[in-house]
Design a protein around this ligand. Structure first.
Ligand SMILES: [Zn+2]
Length: 231
């Protein structure tokens, strides 16, 4: 095998290593929770917090109503006990009972509103739970596939590194230095095939003379992109 052919084989290995490493990076990044999943989790957290807040609100209102109820009861007992004789005091008591009655009525409206809000919050919590469960299941399924792919990629890169080491034994240090320098300048692609009189690196025409020399195993370069041409 000519030195150019050896370099072309090395190029094939390096190209695949580059591709596999790139994909490995994508696979690793994809194993983070997606924005959609994070948003669904946030939605559930908000729904739970809302529900708890309304339940607390309702408890407070119930307590307030109970206190008021007791106050009204004792005021009424006093009013009808016959112990209060002063008309002014009686009138004040009457008016206080009426005022507390209005307060209680307003409280009952608030309790009713809180009950409606609790019902809405429970519905929202249920919907948020369902949505999260579905997304979580999808995500876990994709994670399993990604884990398998990650493992396969890592094994393949490992195997390619071994092949690369073997291949390096057939390449002169001078050729390797040139290859490395060319790869750096040419986006990782130093050696390319000629196909249909065309350089597959830049897709431009290769002269018949160059193709002939390449076929003879000589090291020739593409006149357009400067890459080494292989057959
Ligand atoms: Zn070219």
């Amino acid at each position: 095998m000519s030195q150019v052919q050896q370099l072309y084989q090395l190029q094939q290995i390096d190209t695949e290593i580059q591709e596999k490493k790139h994909r490995l990076g994508e696979v690793l990044r994809a194993q983070k929770e997606t924005a959609v999943l994070l948003a669904a989790r946030k939605r559930l957290e908000t729904a739970v917090a809302d529900l708890q807040s309304w339940q607390k609100q309702r408890q407070d209102l119930d307590l307030e109503r109970q206190t008021l109820k007791n106050k009204i009861k004792s005021a009424e007992q006093r009013l009808y006990s016959g112990k209060v004789k002063n008309p002014k005091e009686l009138a004040d008591l009457q008016s206080s009972i009426e005022s507390m009655g209005r307060q209680r009525s307003a409280l009952e409206d608030e309790i009713l509103e809180a009950m409606i809000m609790i019902e809405d919050a429970e519905t929202e919590k249920g919907a948020a739970e369902q949505s999260l469960q579905m997304l979580q299941a999808d995500w876990e399924q994709s994670q399993a596939a990604l884990k398998i792919e990650q493992n396969e990629l890592a094994l393949r890169v490992h195997a390619l590194m071994g092949q690369r080491k073997t291949r390096l034994g057939t390449i002169t240090s001078q050729s390797l230095t040139e290859y490395d320098a060319l790869r750096k300048k040419k986006h990782g692609l130093a050696v390319v095939k000629i196909k249909n009189n065309t350089c597959t690196g830049c897709q431009l025409n290769v002269s018949a003379q160059k193709e002939k020399e390449a076929r003879e195993g000589k090291k020739v370069y593409c006149a357009s992109c400067g890459r080494i041409l292989a057959i």
